[in-house]
Design a protein around this ligand. Structure first.
Ligand code: NAP
Length: 253
């Protein structure tokens, strides 16, 4: 079998939420490189312009939709707008909100916000996208989870809980849609060098270096590009007999 047949995404359209930067941008560029047409997404119109330009410069195709996924029904609307462009074969659920707080420090509004973006919009998107994928008898959903879904840290109590809930949702829907060739899996990163963590590095470079050295077996943060291979696998024909699972990319944990 040819590599292109197994991993190639030519003719597929992928919606990648939160792809204006970070892990989402890297995955969007990777899927475009494998041949998929990409629908980029961020909170602001034009926010993914740089990523879009990089994709077109590399010979791929991409366009952009903007929406704040904390709003009610935003996930549903986003899928509908994307489907108006092209049938969505691949959905990468990557955008998330992370507000660091221990349980005792957690504010109700911050809990509600993280639940809305991380869990509420995921429910909305799956409710809308899965029946359409099922009718077409092909679909791949990759939910970007976290090591915190398995080994939660107290400083991100609510965020970690939403990531565990998100994977639980992926598992139940994986079971329900498996016979329709709609396969759902979670790609769960460890610490990755993105804007989300940049302030910690900037504020205390030495403390950051110490933290990272002992955090995982490789003693370093991952790079967004290191998420791409697994994302292509989970989005492609290569992933034809795997659903409801998690792939952990953590540097050893
Ligand atoms: N970085 C890590 O160490 C790490 C570790 C484990 C898991 N993860 C997971 O990996 C995924 C990507 O993380 P990242 O570090 O690449 O994130 P990031 O650099 O903070 O980027 C977040 C992306 O999500 C979008 N976004 C944020 N809030 C949104 C909202 N309310 N509505 C719609 N879009 C929103 C942002 O859009 P704008 O550009 O418009 O703001 C941006 O595109 C997340 O699911 C995160 O939980 C990250």
């Amino acid at each position: 079998m040819r590599l292109e047949t197994v991993f190639g995404l030519k003719g597929r359209t992928a919606l990648v939420t939160g792809s204006s930067r970070g892990i989402g941008a890297a995955i969007a560029e990777g899927l475009a490189g494998a041949g998929a047409h990409i629908i980029l997404h961020g909170t602001k119109a034009g926010g993914a312009a740089v990523v879009q330009q990089r994709i077109t410069d590399a010979g791929g195709t991409a366009q952009e939709l903007a929406s704040d996924l904390s709003s009610p029904n935003a996930g549903r609307d986003l899928i509908k707008r994307a489907e108006a462009i092209a049938p969505i074969d691949i959905l990468i659920i990557n955008a998330s909100a992370q507000i660091n707080a221990t349980l005792s420090d957690l504010k109700p509004a911050d809990l509600a916000f993280q639940l809305a973006v991380n869990l509420g919009s995921t429910v909305d998107m799956l409710q809308t996208a899965l029946p359409l994928m099922a009718a077409r008898k092909w679909g791949r959903v990759v939910s970007i989870g976290s090591i915190n879904q398995l080994r939660p840290k107290g400083v991100v109590t609510a965020y970690a809980a939403t990531k565990a809930a998100q994977h639980n949702l992926i598992q139940s829907q994986a079971r329900d849609f498996a016979c329709d060739n709609v396969l759902l899996n979670t790609l769960a990163p460890g610490l990755i060098d993105t804007d989300r963590n940049a302030h910690r590095k900037d504020e205390d470079p030495e403390g950051w270096a110490d933290y990272v050295r002992t955090l995982n077996w490789m003693g370093r943060a991952g790079q967004p590009e290191e998420m791409v291979g697994a994302a292509i696998f989970l989005s492609s024909q290569a992933c034809s007999f795997m659903t409801g699972e998690s792939i952990f990319l953590t540097g050893g944990y």
